[in-house]
Design a protein around this ligand. Structure first.
Ligand SMILES: Cc1cc2nc3c(=O)[nH]c(=O)nc-3n(C[C@H](O)[C@H](O)[C@H](O)COP(=O)(O)O)c2cc1C
Length: 163
């Protein structure tokens, strides 16, 4: 599938109940977390997916020791309970995929896992990361999203496959 043809489906999920960010780190720890924020487009002449993850998330810890991540988009209206669970419980305390009875399938590289039944999956290889400079944001946004100053880390992944 073309890297950008699922854009509307991705945005529909992000604006709805969310999508799942799935990471398998170099210690073989696997976790899924609900995300509502992501961007996809072109940077450095490559297709790039950017996800924004707060340092408090277990997913953040895993991304620090990972080479890949995937973003798995549900079919319209699907996975509502699962997205609520994976968006409120931490992988530090739960095997969330097992608790939600979500099965994984192998991606195109050994470090990539996808969620079975996803309508759309992005396989991404980490290229870079950056801390969100929240001080430059309009006050209204800063107050709403960063009252405690716990700014997001942006992880930039090259989209290597969309399926
Ligand atoms: C709809 C929805 C969207 C979310 N989007 C994000 C996001 O984009 N970035 C983020 O850091 N947390 C986001 N969260 C919060 C995490 O999913 C939540 O804190 C989760 O429990 C973290 O799991 P982990 O500790 O296993 O990584 C979202 C939660 C929900 C319900």
């Amino acid at each position: 599938m073309d890297h950008h043809s699922g854009f509307e489906k991705l945005c529909e999920a992000l604006e709805g109940s969310g999508a799942l960010l799935v990471v398998l780190d170099n210690k073989k720890r696997l976790n899924a977390m609900t995300i509502g924020w992501a961007q996809t487009g072109v940077i450095w002449g490559r297709s790039v997916m950017t996800v924004l993850v707060r340092p408090s998330r277990y997913t953040h810890e895993l991304l620090e020791g990972a080479r890949y991540f995937s973003v798995c988009v549900p079919a319209l209206g699907a996975w509502k309970k699962e997205l609520a669970f994976c968006g409120s419980k931490s992988g530090r305390e739960y095997d969330k995929l097992r608790a939600c009875a979500l099965n994984t399938t192998d991606g195109s590289k050994p470090g990539i896992k996808l969620i079975e039944g996803a309508a759309l999956s992005y396989e991404c290889e980490l290229l870079s990361k950056a801390e969100m400079p929240s001080s430059a944001l309009p006050e209204e946004i800063r107050k709403k999203y960063y009252p405690a100053g716990d700014s997001h880390t942006l992880y930039f992944g090259e989209v290597i496959r969309v399926c």
